[in-house]
Design a protein around this ligand. Structure first.
Ligand code: ZN
Ligand code: ZN
Length: 218
């Protein structure tokens, strides 16, 4: 599936793909309430702040799917130009955040993500305007990896847990193949087939498209 703008009622998704690893940053806005969040902040992040300013949306949160440097690269912009945007991150990824986004222990990438104001837990509810999102804790790629799920829209932001016909690597700090398989089986493949998956890298997919793909392995 190509990267395109998606809408559901007043909910609008603006994907921004940047960098050599085709990282996806997502602006999710309630266009009636004129407020938005950003899911993952990668390279060339000023594209996102320019878009938010141009639309006149209030930026109410930065939600990280996990703390690897390519997903928090732009997190510093939550605190620049007079902003104080709350950051949401699962506490199990704190060692990676404090290690400045390093994927291996002791391998700092020098990418500073300010301290999270929202400590995510599995099942927690977050809002974008009138739209409810549920936090799904999906460890395996990293210990604190999460997905953000909007049941009304049928949208899942999967970070590096699920990609188009692939899942995230499990050989980095805190990664585990059996844990990611359990996360995908119990948290993602249990969602309706029509759920659109917006991953942390590359193309969009859906639960229905991935169910047979993962089914052949686990
Ligand atoms: Zn990652
Ligand atoms: Zn990544």
């Amino acid at each position: 599936m190509e990267l395109t703008n998606e809408t559901y009622e007043n909910l609008r998704l603006v994907p921004i793909q940047t960098g050599p690893m085709a990282n996806n940053c997502y602006i999710v806005a309630d266009t009636e309430k004129k407020e938005c969040v950003v899911i993952d902040a990668s390279f060339d992040f000023e594209q996102a702040t320019r878009k938010i300013d141009a639309e006149g949306w209030r930026w109410i949160g930065f939600w990280a799917t996990h703390a690897h440097y390519d997903h928090i690269y732009g997190a510093k912009y939550t605190k620049t130009d007079g902003r104080d945007i709350p950051i949401a991150l699962h506490p199990d990824d704190e060692p990676i955040r404090i290690g400045e986004g390093g994927a291996r222990m002791g391998q700092s990438r020098g990418v500073r993500c300010p301290e999270p104001a929202i400590r995510l837990q599995d099942g927690m509810t977050l809002w974008v305007g009138s739209y409810r999102f549920t936090v799904l804790h999906t460890p395996g790629h990293s210990p604190g990896s999460v997905c953000y799920y909007c049941a009304a829209a049928g949208w899942l932001f999967s970070g590096d847990t699920v990609f188009y016909h692939d899942h995230g690597r499990t050989d980095l700090y805190g990664g585990s193949q059996s844990t990611i398989e359990k996360s995908i089986n119990t948290k993602i493949l249990t969602l309706p087939d029509e759920t659109l998956i917006f991953p942390g890298h590359e193309s969009f997919t859906s639960v229905g498209a991935e169910r047979p793909f993962f089914g052949q392995y686990f």
